[in-house]
Write a protein that binds this ligand. Structure first.
Ligand SMILES: [Zn+2]
Length: 139
C-alpha cells in the first residue's frame, strides 16, 4: 500500500485509519434523480450508490448504538443520583444520631457535676452549722 492518494477518492469509511490528505470524504451527497446518480455536494464527484448506501447504513447503526449508549448512561446516572440521595439521608441520620449521643453525654456529665457541687454545698453548710454551734457553745 502506498501513501499516494488514489485517482478516485473513496467514499468516507468511518473505521478507516487511512488518510488521503486533501481528498474529499464525500460526507454530504445529493441524488440526481433522473440521471440515477449520487453526487458529492462538496466536490461534485459521481459516487457509487452502493457505497453511499453502505455509508448511510453505517451511520444509522452508529446513531442507533449512540442512542442506546445515551439511554444506558441516563439509567446509570438516575441510579447514581438515587444512591446519592440515599447516602445523603443516611449521613444526615448518622450526624443526628451522633448529635443525640453527644447531647446525652453532655447532660450526663452536667448531672454529675451538679451532683458533686450539691454534695460540696451540703458539706460546706454542715461545716458552717458546726462552726455556728461551736461559737454558740463558746459564748
Ligand atoms: Zn466529495
Amino acid at each position: 500500500m502506498t501513501d499516494e492518494p488514489p485517482d478516485v477518492c473513496p467514499v468516507f469509511d468511518e473505521g478507516s485509519t487511512i488518510s488521503y490528505g486533501n481528498c474529499c470524504a464525500h460526507e454530504r451527497t445529493e441524488i440526481e434523480h433522473f440521471q440515477r446518480k449520487v453526487i458529492c455536494i462538496k466536490c461534485r464527484a459521481v459516487l457509487d450508490p452502493f457505497e453511499v448506501l453502505l455509508q448511510y447504513a453505517r451511520k444509522e447503526r452508529l446513531a442507533a448504538h449512540t442512542d442506546e449508549s445515551v439511554r444506558e448512561a441516563r439509567k446509570r446516572l438516575a441510579a447514581l443520583e438515587a444512591e446519592e440521595r440515599l447516602t445523603k439521608a443516611r449521613l444526615k441520620n448518622a450526624k443526628r444520631k451522633d448529635a443525640d449521643v453527644a447531647v446525652a453525654e453532655a447532660k450526663k456529665a452536667l448531672a454529675e457535676k451538679h451532683s458533686r457541687a450539691m454534695y460540696a454545698l451540703d458539706e460546706a453548710i454542715g461545716m458552717i452549722e458546726k462552726a455556728k454551734r461551736n461559737l454558740e457553745t463558746q459564748t
